[in-house]
Design a protein around this ligand. Structure first.
Ligand code: HEC
Ligand code: HEC
Ligand code: HEC
Ligand code: HEC
Ligand code: HEC
Length: 187
């Protein structure tokens, strides 16, 4: 008798557990359908104030016009860098748009002098570590997975911990990419 009741209890408990798992699964699906899959890379747990830039460029404002990453960031050979846009790219619009604003006048001066704008770098991998955007873009990894919700950033800052070894290794394990030390540390 007692053992039968135990079995009934176990069956009920298992059913409940399955229900919870289902609910959790649904909740997880809801999260992933409204947000890009960034969680392959953890958020940056440290303070990460945005650096002061020579011109306060806002991704949020510009991406809201429907501009795409590749209009400003390309991945030329050999593929390591995503590069920053030529000032001429900015001037396509700013020759007229907001041309009387002080920062746009500063932008126009950079354009006239043909000097690249000295943007302060936000993400940097330790020198000597083997890094390239190319492998990752070819494997279909999205910009947002590594750089977070760029569209919501008025000022770019290091919102994810993508430059840490933990993040590289964790994502490599999740994607069955190489994890041997010499993948990233050449002898
Ligand atoms: C109109 C041009 C423009 C577009 C479009 C644009 N960016 Fe940028 N991006 C810049 C400029 C200029 C900087 C340098 C200033 C700064 O850090 O905000 C920059 C900086 C960055 C950085 C920081 C790089 C570093 O380490 O210093 C990341 C990451 C980035 N952009 C990602 C993106 C992504 C992802 C998209 C598309 C969702 C995008 N950008 C679209 C112009 C652009
Ligand atoms: C797998 C993760 C990952 C993906 C995907 C990724 N980035 Fe990066 N990105 C990085 C890392 C790490 C750095 C720092 C590299 C360094 O120190 O040279 C970086 C640096 C940058 C920089 C600074 C200039 C440079 O190339 O070093 C820009 C701009 C940038 N990323 C934009 C983008 C854009 C736009 C995309 C999508 C087309 C993208 N990234 C996709 C990890 C990533
Ligand atoms: C597709 C057109 C377009 C491109 C390309 C573009 N911008 Fe803009 N930008 C705009 C518009 C539109 C505004 C909003 C103007 C306003 O609010 O009056 C703006 C606003 C700005 C502002 C704020 C101006 C102010 O003080 O109110 C800055 C700074 C700026 N852009 C810098 C840049 C830089 C740097 C680049 C190149 C990396 C760039 N923009 C590329 C269209 C563009
Ligand atoms: C969001 C996931 C993700 C992150 C974060 C990531 N990687 Fe990768 N990485 C991949 C994938 C996927 C591949 C491609 C695997 C393949 O094509 O077999 C790859 C490939 C590579 C390769 C080429 C390996 C080979 O096949 O020879 C190197 C080197 C590399 N990553 C270095 C790094 C470094 C350094 C970091 C951290 C700064 C990093 N990765 C962060 C997913 C990631
Ligand atoms: C997928 C890429 C990747 C792999 C694989 C990897 N590392 Fe790293 N490693 C990094 C990155 C990126 C840093 C820089 C981290 C930082 O700046 O916080 C780093 C930093 C280090 C450092 C400290 C910095 C230094 O160079 O003095 C050591 C030590 C290290 N790694 C050892 C290892 C060992 C041992 C293995 C194999 C078990 C390994 N790493 C595998 C990416 C990797």
């Amino acid at each position: 008798m007692r053992s039968k009741r135990n079995i009934a209890f176990l069956v009920a408990a298992a059913g409940l557990a399955a229900l919870f798992a289902l609910a959790a699964g649904l909740a997880a699906q809801q999260v992933s359908s409204t947000q890009p899959v960034t969680k392959m890379v953890p958020d940056n747990p440290s303070e990460h104030p945005a650096p002061v830039q020579p011109i306060p460029y806002s991704h949020k404002k510009h991406l809201a016009f429907g501009l795409e990453c590749k209009q400003c960031h390309t991945n030329p050979e050999p593929g390591k860098l995503m590069t920053f846009p030529d000032t001429a790219t900015c001037m396509q619009c700013h020759v007229t748009i907001a041309k009387d604003k002080p920062y746009i006048q500063k932008l126009a001066e950079y354009a006239k002098s043909k000097q690249p704008i000295p943007w302060v770098r936000v993400y940097t991998v330790l020198p000597g570590v083997a890094w390239s955007h190319r492998f990752h873009l070819e494997a279909g990894v999205k910009c947002e997975t590594c750089h977070g919700y760029v569209r919501e950033l008025d000022a770019m800052s290091e919102v994810t911990s993508v430059t840490t070894m933990y993040s590289c290794l964790n994502c490599h394990e999740l994607n069955k990419a190489k994890t041997a030390c010499d993948t990233c540390h050449k002898r």
